[in-house]
Design a protein around this ligand. Sequence first.
Ligand code: NDP
Length: 245
Amino acid sequence: MQNQIVLITGASSGIGKACAEVFAEAGAKLILAARRRDRLDTLAAELQKNYQAEVLCLELDVCDRAQVETTLSKLPNPWQNIAVLINNAGLSRGLNKLQDGSIQDWEEMIDTNVKGLLYVTRTVLPGMVERQQGHVINIGSIAGHQTYPNGNVYCATKAAVRALTEGLKLDLVGTPIRVSTVDPGLVETEFSDVRFRGDRDRAKTVYQGLTPLTGRDIADVVLFCATRPPHVNLNEIILMPTDQA
Ligand code: NDP
């Protein structure tokens, strides 16, 4: 990955932050995007100190189409030459039966997990096609394969990520651009805090009785995916805690 430019959305915590660390260690130049700029700046300082990484931080809300287009289409040279796009920004909101669900929660999940991923990809992809080089790695979920009780809308967004990954792969056949999805089971991050709106006690119950994956576990697989020889595309990888059904 030496000197390759890697854009990571949702780099301010969890899996995105862990990806930033492993790609910095591998010598990549990083564009870190998220809404919490202060967190990105702290992470960038750590990566510069520990790995002498070159880092560009972008305060970016992936749901804001105009902001995504403006920010990503006006990157300073040579940051436009994105070699790997990691579409990681995502969230889950309250688990509910559809008849009781919050429409605001549904919109937030669809806007972030599906539309946000599309906005970012649509802005970055033309440059990859022009340069005939690139790799789009989407962070999906086991929820895109197995719908769980009360997970209706979140699972639907992650099924959409799978379908979009497959569709994009087909769109790019005949080019050297690679497309992959990495689909984790339970990973211990701030994800559950977000889901339960900061109720940490409730969030902790999610991991009771099993050893969850760590952000680093996922980041190692994302790096593996990105470092295969050019003729090898890992279309889809599912990784689960050993004790998760
Ligand atoms: P975290 O809550 O720790 O991280 C989520 C990241 O997404 C944050 O950096 C957050 O940054 C960013 N984000 C959320 N909304 C936006 C937005 N509108 N614009 C830009 N960035 C945004 O959770 P995880 O690391 O666990 O989640 C990362 C991905 O992994 C998600 O797509 C999630 O669905 C997926 N996943 C997680 C699993 C788990 O068990 N944890 C299992 C399977 C998949 P900020 O708030 O600063 O904008």
